[in-house]
Design a protein around this ligand. Structure first.
Ligand code: NAD
Ligand code: DAU
Length: 380
């Protein structure tokens, strides 16, 4: 069958990528979706077991840094659109191992850009109808201060969004025009990749787009990240390592809302533009952690709050950014996107999912899944 579009999604076996792949495979049966993923420790095909048999879905195990292989793949599947999510994504790992982050996030993105440019330039229609969409992060903008208007207790409600629930811990926000100021090796590598993507538009005329999103939460997130790690620890009554004083602020978005934004922007976003994506939903880590503890306790039939004593303050993350806060009003105004879930609903759904999918969690935390997939996909 001739497909209407042939899309390459990189990093589709990871957390956000798996939601994006699922959305595109199910919503667009007339698109062929190629998922290119190296299956690092963070990639897990179990995240996609419900759609792996779909006729319009193909998984290819491969490294975005392998320029020749990526070029061949684009030619073989006549790729006309790329949604690039593959990355090393965990800040703490980037502090221990910055080279891996530079390799995958910077050189990997460059390899993908150059393979796409050469393939698309070899076609008679060149860049017509093509798009390279790069998924980035709010961390490239650096860190904001905690502050509040005089006489107002934080968190305060602002009117920047149409949502009634816009909680903020400061008067400044990240806008699409905010100057890049990354602090961790992770955010420095993502900033560098964003610059390369924009340079490919400005230099070669390649149609590119960049979006910068805030912290995602939801099902299938690798349990090294705050929310799934803590849900699992609470379940097993293990200590919850809170960095520093727990006062850092993050802006949380339910992952399916991010995937919906990606769909909308891929189809209706303006080439060469940047869109910020965020939930208008700021939380101090310690307050968020207390909500997670109480929700897990309640859903496990424990007394709500009985596990609060698992909170353990530990040495802070070096260079720990104090506050992230995305202003996503451009996306709301121009493309009509809004987060669909209130945080209380999203966190309840998320905790329930991890508790109901303990086998998924156990496979990862026992380390078995890596061996299993290595054997299963050796030589593919
Ligand atoms: P993740 O770590 O869960 O998944 C990353 C995926 O990329 C994995 O499946 C991994 O196997 C794959 N991968 C890694 N190196 C690769 C390589 N060299 N070649 C091919 N595949 C490779 O990450 P995530 O949290 O889903 O983040 C996805 C993207 O979204 C990243 O680019 C990240 O920077 C960005 N982002 C994440 C968040 C968040 O809160 N998680 C927020 C904003 C932006
Ligand atoms: O803002 C978007 C970014 O969000 C993405 O680009 C990253 O890929 C993603 O990992 C996430 O980065 P953070 O560093 O904000 O997420 P993490 O879950 O690691 O930590 C969230 C907050 O919780 C942060 O302030 C650090 C703190 N923390 C984290 C862990 C893992 C703890 O206090 N204890 C912990 O054990």
């Amino acid at each position: 069958m001739a497909y209407k579009r042939n899309l390459l999604i990189t990093g589709g076996a990871g957390f956000i990528g798996s939601h994006v792949v699922r959305l595109f495979v199910t919503k667009y049966p007339d698109y062929r979706i190629i998922n290119l993923d190296k299956l690092t420790y963070a990639g897990n095909l179990a995240n996609l077991s419900d759609i792996e048999q779909a006729p319009n879905y193909t998984f290819v195990r491969g490294d975005i840094c392998d320029f020749e292989a990526v070029g061949e793949l684009m030619q073989r599947y006549e790729i006309d659109g790329i949604i690039h999510l593959a990355a090393e994504s965990h800040v703490d790992r980037s502090i221990r191992d910055p080279f891996t982050f530079a390799r995958t996030n910077v050189l990997g993105t460059l390899s993908l850009l150059e393979a796409a440019r050469r393939y698309w330039e070899s076609r008679p229609e060149r860049f017509e109808g093509k798009l390279f969409y790069h998924i980035s992060t709010d961390e490239v903008y650096g860190a904001l201060e905690l502050s509040h208007p005089e006489g107002v207790e934080p968190p305060f409600t602002t009117t920047a969004s149409s949502s009634e629930h816009h909680l903020a811990y400061g008067t400044e926000f990240f806008y699409e025009t905010t100057k890049y100021n990354p602090h961790s090796p992770y955010s420095a590598s993502k900033a560098s990749s964003d610059h390369f993507v924009r340079a490919y538009h400005d230099t070669y005329g390649m149609p590119t787009l960049v979006t910068n999103c805030s912290n995602n939460y939801g099902p299938y997130q690798f349990p090294e990240k705050l929310i799934p790690l803590f849900i699992n620890n609470i379940r097993h009554r293990k200590p919850l390592p809170v960095y520093g004083k727990g006062e850092n602020v993050r802006d949380w978005l339910y992952v399916e809302d991010h995937a919906r934004a990606i769909d909308l922007i891929f189809h209706r976003g303006k080439v060469a533009e940047t869109y910020n994506i965020g939930g208008f939903n700021e939380w101090k880590n310690i307050d968020l952690i207390k909500v997670v503890i109480k929700t897990v306790d309640r859903l496990l039939g424990r007394t709500e709050g009985e596990d609060l004593d698992l909170i353990t303050y530990v040495t802070d993350r070096p260079g720990h950014d104090m506050r992230y806060a995305i202003d996503s009003s451009k996306l709301q105004r121009e493309l009509g996107w809004e987060p669909s879930l209130q945080f209380e609903e999203g966190i309840e759904k998320t905790v329930r999912w991890y508790l109901d999918n303990q086998a998924w969690m156990d496979n990862i935390t026992s380390g078995d899944y890596e061996k299993y997939y290595d054997e299963m996909y050796r030589g593919r």
